[in-house]
Design a protein around this ligand. Structure first.
Ligand SMILES: Cc1cc2nc3c(=O)[nH]c(=O)nc-3n(C[C@H](O)[C@H](O)[C@H](O)COP(=O)(O)OP(=O)(O)OC[C@H]3O[C@@H](n4cnc5c(N)ncnc54)[C@H](O)[C@@H]3O)c2cc1C
Ligand SMILES: *[C@@H]1O[C@H](CO)[C@@H](O)[C@H](O)[C@H]1NC(C)=O
Ligand SMILES: *[C@@H]1O[C@H](CO)[C@@H](O)[C@H](O)[C@H]1NC(C)=O
Ligand SMILES: *[C@@H]1O[C@H](CO)[C@@H](O)[C@H](O)[C@H]1NC(C)=O
Length: 621
């Protein structure tokens, strides 16, 4: 009944505004577009395997960014029988719609983690805990992520190699960045040294964006910056964001790497299957299989060649520790017998920013959810995949700075400004997604809740603070404990973010932004007001109050040479002291690169696939 009522209203609306529809699609086109989209997903998604064999050559734990790339590359070898195990379910059609990105965090495709309360971060969040979403779905965090594609700086990888990890220098890994790439931005694709058009992952600019993104680039030029392709020679400068999108839809790792190999007979996938343990022979120290639960049934499956752990930077250390690989003292505390004593879970790194740095404007050019979620826009989206629904809700432009070397064009960026054509007040979902305390939110943002705004995340790229993942207990169904330890360093991290805040304010004063009468929103956070709004001390307090993760959790199973006391895996990603077990995901990064971590994780997995093939005598192309 209710449904029919809505259809009736919708039809009336469509007929009344048919003059607009004539240009932007019609209800008929939208319905056939919707069917086309559903079919694409239905025909693309790998079905849950009906049969699970007692053994496979390789078992991959986790179908996230790394797991999907790896499953694709390993099953190129017909002799390799692979089982991919994923705790979450299928990727759904609505997950492809860019504007819904933040909304996906409220579905069961999110592990929904929270950090433990700490003194110097997340103070303004509910119960002092920051929300750390992670993908629990085929495609992993690449289904929840904001689709920004950045590789980082050459020094990131030269630093990995310099620390004793041969083969990870920029010159060597560039070919793996290019291998997965299908650059569809014609101007950038011409630069063949850095870009490729033959990979699986399409990169595009969204067809729709607000004029504020142009203002951001112009403001950059006005203040002495320049516009660059940050995925080429140098990173320092301003740019529209390159997104992992295809024709107005999300390209998750699942869509890019699993859809095309749906018919491969040597790949099985088990969905909604939670790995509870890696099986390791305590005498030979060989990983010989995994245990998992699926649909109320327990499975024990063997790996003839290798078990590969790709469960991400939070779950991979948890699974290792539950399986007896980790810091001995901590395992003993939890009644786990240690098989190898390794610093699993340490070295946790992330990128974070001051959240809620807001500027109000005098026009209606920013994103506001009530203007986006209109029937017209929905019809346009399903007809042509264009319009505001095809854009990742306001995240439009980016800039990189080297605060230590501000005048060098080839600097090593330690600061990013992420420009959003909206703010905490433009979408009701943001407050929930970041888990901002209601009192704080109402006091500071309530008075501007109906305004047009833009926002910048001043984000730290090379943090010195480090956190840790610990077990709550040995139950694999319980969430591990996350100690983010934001701002626990000697003061470096807060100073970089402060420079970002000052830079964002400088940009707001340019002609480009004054055209919109941009004004820094100046209601102080209640707990910081005593420092005086806009003083350095005020901002230090603010960034510890609205501390926003940019979701680049990594580095908890550090790659390093044998002599590195912090290392968990060797430069070929094999777990020290164990045979037949590798970790391939964002957890192996020794340091977080000056990049959003999805592209670097794909690169890691591409390279890992070649190393695995090499180790099993398969020729590499
Ligand atoms: C909200 C959000 C926004 C982001 N935005 C960006 C962005 O714009 N650009 C960017 O570059 N990066 C972004 N990132 C980061 C990026 O998505 C990750 O760095 C990347 O996806 C990490 O890949 P991974 O393979 O290490 O882990 P994941 O992709 O998280 O994959 C791990 C997989 O393992 C599965 N798993 C875990 N435990 C088990 C178990 N016990 N049994 C079975 N399966 C298990 C999980 O369900 C998951 O599917 C974002 C992340 C989030 C969460
Ligand atoms: C460890 O085992 C002992 C003895 O069985 C028990 O008393 C204790 O509660 C257990 N500790 C944990 C953390 O599970
Ligand atoms: C993009 O999607 C729209 C809507 O489904 C479709 O009409 C169009 O043909 C697609 N374009 C390309 C290049 O695939
Ligand atoms: C916004 O303010 C600027 C600067 O004061 C002014 O030039 C512009 O006309 C205003 N725009 C609107 C839509 O009021």
């Amino acid at each position: 009944m209710r449904c029919n009522f809505y259809i009736l209203i919708s039809m009336t609306y469509v007929i009344l505004s048919s003059h607009v529809m004539a240009q932007r699609g019609s209800i008929f086109e939208a319905v056939s577009g919707f069917i086309r989209d559903s079919q694409r997903v239905l025909n693309g998604e790998l079905p849950d395997s009906e049969e699970i064999l007692p053994d496979y050559d390789f078992i991959i734990i986790g179908a996230g960014t790394a797991g999907c790339v790896l499953a694709n590359r390993l099953t190129e070898v017909e002799d390799f029988k692979v089982l991919l195990i994923e705790a979450g379910g299928s990727e759904q059609m609505f997950m492809d719609i860019p504007v819904l990105t933040t909304m996906l965090q409220f579905t069961d495709a999110n592990w929904n983690y929270r950090t433990e309360p700490q003194e110097s971060g997340c103070i303004g969040m509910r119960a002092g805990r920051c929300a750390w979403p992670r993908g629990r779905v085929v495609g992993g965090s690449s289904v929840l992520h904001s689709m920004m594609h950045t590789r980082g700086n050459w020094r990131d990888y030269d630093r990995w190699a310099g620390n004793g990890n041969p083969g990870w220098d920029y010159k060597s890994v560039l070919r793996y960045f290019k291998k997965s790439e299908n650059m569809q931005i014609p101007k950038l694709a011409k630069n063949k040294k850095f870009h490729s058009t033959s990979g699986e992952m399409t990169l595009q600019y969204p067809s729709w964006r607000t004029p504020l993104s142009k203002a951001f680039l112009q403001a950059g030029i006005e203040t002495g910056g320049k516009v660059i392709d940050y995925n080429a020679e140098n990173q320092i400068g301003y740019s529209i964001i390159q997104f992992t999108m295809n024709n107005g839809t999300r390209m998750s790792a699942n869509r890019a790497f699993l859809y095309p190999i749906r018919d491969r007979k040597n790949l099985h996938i088990a969905k909604n299957a939670l790995v509870t343990r890696i099986l390791i022979d305590p005498w030979t120290k060989r990983a010989y299989g995994v245990k998992f639960n699926k649909d109320g049934k327990k499975y024990v499956i063997s790996a003839r060649r290798e078990v590969i752990l790709s469960a991400g930077a939070i779950n991979s250390p948890q699974i290792l520790m539950i399986s007896g690989i980790g810091p001995k003292e901590h395992l003993t505390e939890n009644n786990i017998t240690t098989i190898v004593d390794l610093p699993v879970g340490y070295n946790l790194q992330d990128h974070w920013a001051l959240g809620g740095l807001t500027f109000t404007i005098n026009s209606t050019d920013s994103i506001r959810s009530e203007r986006v979620a209109t029937l017209e826009n929905i019809i346009e989206y399903f007809s042509y995949h264009t319009g505001p629904l095809s854009a990742p809700s306001g995240t439009e432009a980016i800039a990189f700075f080297d605060t230590k070397n501000p005048h060098s064009d080839d600097g090593y960026p330690d600061l990013e400004l992420l420009f959003v054509a909206g703010s905490l007040v433009s979408q009701p979902t943001y407050k929930e997604a970041f888990s901002i305390d209601n009192n704080v939110y109402d006091k500071v943002y309530g008075p501007i809740k109906n305004k047009d705004t833009w926002m910048v995340f001043p984000m730290l790229l090379l943090p010195e603070s480090k956190g840790r993942i610990k077990l709550k207990n040995k139950n694999p169904h319980h969430k591990p404990l996350i100690y983010a330890n934001y701002f626990s360093d000697e003061g470096h991290d807060q100073k970089v973010i402060l420079k970002g805040i000052r830079k964002a304010i400088e940009l707001s004063k340019t002609k480009a932004f004054q055209k919109y009468n941009s004004k820094l929103h100046d209601i102080p956070l209640p707990n910081c007001a005593r420092h005086g709004f806009n003083s350095d001390k005020y901002w230090y307090c603010a960034m510890k109050t609205i501390t926003n993760t940019i979701y680049h959790h990594c580095c908890t199973n550090k790659m390093g040479p044998n002599k590195d006391p912090e290392a968990v895996v060797d430069p070929r990603l094999r777990v020290y002291g164990i045979q037949g077990l590798r970790v391939v995901d964002a957890s192996i990064m020794p340091h977080v690169p000056a990049a959003h971590t999805n592209a670097p994780t794909m690169m890691i997995s591409e390279k890992a696939a070649d190393m695995i093939k090499e180790d099993w005598g398969i020729p590499i192309y």
